[in-house]
Design a protein around this ligand. Structure first.
Ligand SMILES: [Mg+2]
Length: 276
């Protein structure tokens, strides 16, 4: 059962006491509040300063469904690992990854987003965002009475592509994600990162708020620590009550922990075999 971390801070501290810790942070709903227009989700000055400080002591990765360029631009801190499009593309000064078949995926997504345009034209507030390797259909601004119809027509339109194995879809907070049919997600991206650079041999602490973060939470079982924001999911170690508690937790993290320990007992990289 997930515990409220602010009430279990002693236990948390004990768990990481002898570990070299790395941080994996989701962006929307974790580092920033969820906003009506996704392009307006900006890091606060405080959060940016916190990340800069944390990065000096810990390897830090920001992992998001946003496109890589968008994510880099929004966070804008050197020395951080950026994992965009749910980890389909990863970049930092010391590592870089792009899922195989990226150009084929892009071509298919261009076609699909073009096909979707006419059917959603009449629905006010819907935003289709083509992020290269994935696409998002945002419906946060759509009238609630219209959303069932929107979801239905989008699924109907996409069903031939899904049947042909060209794409798969996942749902997040007021967003439908169109993703390539590859066996790759935030969890696999976390494992990939953990085998590289300063992340090798670290104990990952992952904070995220959305369905897509569950893939990462799963891989951290027994070898890392998962913290979910705004939910009390059974399958995570801890939870924070809302996004407004994230900065307080990170501040405590930056102030009170000593990252000089490099004694790693049960790193996730130990059991990961094989690259994609
Ligand atoms: Mg999120």
């Amino acid at each position: 059962m997930s515990k409220y971390i602010n009430k279990a801070i002693g236990e948390f501290k004990e768990r990481i006491r002898k570990e070299k810790v790395s941080l994996f942070l989701d962006y929307d709903g974790t580092l920033t509040p969820i906003v009506g227009r996704h392009e307006k989700a900006r890091l606060s000055y405080l959060m940016k300063e916190l990340l800069r400080k944390l990065k000096r002591s810990y390897p830090v990765a920001v992992i998001s469904g946003r496109g890589l360029d968008d994510l880099q631009e929004k966070v804008g801190i050197d020395g951080v690992v950026y994992a965009g499009n749910h980890g389909l593309e990863i970049y930092s000064e010391e590592m870089s990854f792009r899922i195989k078949g990226a150009s084929r995926i892009k071509t298919a997504l261009n076609q699909i987003t073009m096909d979707l345009e006419p059917i959603i034209e009449g629905i006010k507030g819907v935003i289709v965002e083509n992020k290269g390797l994935t696409a998002s259909i945002h419906y946060r601004l759509v009238d609630r009475r219209e959303t069932p119809r929107l979801i239905e027509v989008v699924k109907e339109k996409l069903s031939p592509y899904i049947e042909e194995g060209k794409v798969r879809i996942t749902e997040g907070k007021k967003v439908i994600e169109i993703r390539p049919p590859v066996d790759w997600d935030k969890g696999k991206a976390v494992k990939w990162i953990l085998r590289r650079g300063g992340f090798k041999g670290t104990m990952p602490v992952y904070i995220g708020d959305d369905e897509t973060d569950r893939d990462a939470f799963k891989v951290l079982k027994g070898c890392g620590i998962s913290i979910v924001v705004g939910h009390r999911w059974q399958d995570t170690d801890y939870f924070l009550k809302g996004q407004d508690e994230v900065s307080g937790f990170l501040k405590w993290f930056g102030l009170s922990l000593d990252s000089r320990y490099i004694n790693c007992r049960n790193s996730c990289s130990d059991y990961y075999a094989g690259d994609p």
